[in-house]
Design a binder for this molecule. Structure first.
Ligand SMILES: *[C@@H]1O[C@H](CO)[C@@H](O)[C@H](O)[C@H]1NC(C)=O
Ligand SMILES: *[C@@H]1O[C@H](CO)[C@@H](O)[C@H](O)[C@H]1NC(C)=O
Ligand SMILES: *[C@@H]1O[C@H](CO)[C@@H](O)[C@H](O)[C@H]1NC(C)=O
Length: 454
């Protein structure tokens, strides 16, 4: 079972489940109240950076989204140094996309991920981990295999929870399926792929996988291993194929998260997974598309035909953020909402060039700030505070004596303490920054508002 420094994942799972049997009331990195606002940016070289976002928005993103594959690709790790460059303690909101079938992931590959995460947490960077998002979709390699997905999920959570103490406290798992509407999607899994997986998907046991089956429940790994639950919510237009600019339907955001849709109703995600299961709710991606022009192929960046502006980008986006982000009625009705990630991109998708930005175009940014900075709105949000954190991916791995395997592929497995952060934080010292993890605008929210495990 033990090979070199490697720790058997099976034994870690046992340790982890007993250590976590009596979980805290709050999930790791969950604010007691208030909402963390963050962004997913187009971080390709020369495009956008978290520091640039903070500067034009005028507030420090509480978390910044980055994505990477699993197994790790050493040349394509999440560019976490972009967070370091903000000189804030922003949380890394990391999406992990497995590129292999869930049961093909090896212990070594999981250990490599844990080791990478520990490099971040040991230096004071919290991680909100969105593991294998949209696992109920057909388009992901790990999609629509609920049993294998859950087994993989539990193994990774167990490995993280048996790692360095900073990692145990500083990594929080987000379960985020795709929203209802279109389930089980074209190309849905058939019984031929695996009879047991099919039986798990066919929740009403009528022998077919269709929209009458529950697209969420078969994929829920269990409340003992889920810290947050989330959905991505977008406005693309009133009807497929979304080549017209329309105002969002009134109340659309609320409908999505409660499972009410034009194509039939789905499970009430917010009520079941956030309220009943007592998990903080995360709007894991959100934006309203302004269609700039039509494109001939889904990846083309060249106009093939104009799209009429309709009500215009400002009106469309403002109607969207006013449905939730700056809407006191909505926010009061959803106290479990603790994090929102803005999808700050202009990108070709399907048949148009879609502009989702609220912080790029000057008129939209000015209107967004005007709504967002209303005191009754702004006081609800959290932002990152100043901090000098260095999460150099080439830093030495965590100390094996602390329980983190010093193996895993990077070739630098000599053990020893993690490199000190620029603020002089080492090892457990990194945990002490927690009290000042966030700054909030409202004085009232200051005391004890950020309670998590730090
Ligand atoms: C996920 O589940 C929901 C709820 O049933 C379903 O409507 C949605 O289409 C599913 N999405 C995927 C990708 O399975
Ligand atoms: C604000 O939210 C409430 C509750 O979801 C909704 O009924 C209302 O239409 C929203 N207001 C706007 C301007 O979208
Ligand atoms: C922001 O807007 C400008 C002007 O329209 C555009 O050139 C730039 O590419 C946009 N930035 C991003 C990151 O999309």
């Amino acid at each position: 079972m033990f090979a070199g420094n490697k720790v058997s994942l099976a034994s870690l799972a046992l340790l982890a489940s007993s250590a976590w049997a009596q979980g805290p009331l709050l999930s790791p990195l969950e604010p007691t109240r208030g909402i963390m606002l963050g962004a997913w940016l187009d971080t390709a070289p020369g495009r956008d950076t978290p520091a640039a976002f903070n500067s034009r928005f005028g507030h420090n993103a509480a978390m910044v989204h980055l994505a990477q594959n699993l197994p790790l690709v050493p040349s394509a790790l999440a560019p976490v140094q972009l967070l370091d460059q903000t000189n804030t303690n922003a949380i890394l909101y990391l999406s992990i996309y497995p590129t292999v079938l869930p049961d093909a992931l090896t212990d070594d590959q999981i250990n490599a991920l844990v080791q990478q995460l520990t490099t971040y947490t040991r230096n004071g960077r919290g991680v909100l981990l969105r593991l294998a998002p949209e696992m109920n979709g057909t388009w992901q390699p790990y999609g629509q295999r609920p049993l294998a997905f859950i087994a993989m999920w539990r193994k990774i959570v167990a490995a993280v929870r048996a790692a360095d103490p900073s990692t145990v406290k500083g990594v929080s798992f987000i379960w985020a399926p795709n929203v209802f509407g279109g389930y089980p999607y074209s190309g849905a899994m058939t019984a031929a792929v695996s009879p047991t997986e099919f039986a798990a998907l066919d929740t009403n046991h009528d022998g077919v996988l269709n929209e009458l089956d529950d697209g969420y429940a078969p994929f829920y790994p269990g409340s003992d291993v889920v810290d947050w639950v989330g959905l991505s919510t977008y406005w693309f237009g009133t009807s497929y194929p979304y080549v017209a600019n329309n105002l969002p339907t009134a109340g659309y955001m609320s409908s999505i998260i409660h499972g009410i849709g034009a194509g039939g109703n789905g499970p009430d995600f917010y009520s079941i997974y956030s309220q009943t299961n007592k998990k903080p709710f995360f709007i894991t991606e959100s934006g309203a598309a302004f269609h700039e022009f039509q494109i001939a192929t889904p990846t083309s960046t060249v106009s093939s035909a104009p799209v009429a502006p309709g009500p215009g980008a400002l009106a469309i986006k403002q109607a969207w953020w006013r449905q939730y982000l700056t809407n006191s009625t909505f926010l009061d009705a959803h106290p479990q909402l603790k994090a929102v990630c803005l999808f700050e991109w202009t990108k070709p998708e399907e048949q148009t060039m879609r502009n989702f930005h609220v912080t790029n175009d000057t008129d939209v940014l000015a209107a967004f700030k005007a709504d967002f900075e209303a005191p009754a709105v702004l006081s609800r949000y959290f932002f990152a505070g100043p901090a000098a954190i260095t999460t150099d991916p080439s830093a030495p791995p965590a100390d094996p004596a602390a329980g983190v395997p010093a193996t895993a592929g990077t070739g630098s497995g000599t053990g020893g303490a993690a490199a000190p952060g620029a603020g002089g934080k080492t090892g457990s010292g990194a945990l002490t920054i927690a009290a000042s993890w966030f700054t909030t605008v409202a004085a009232a929210a200051a005391a004890g508002a950020y309670a998590s495990l730090f």
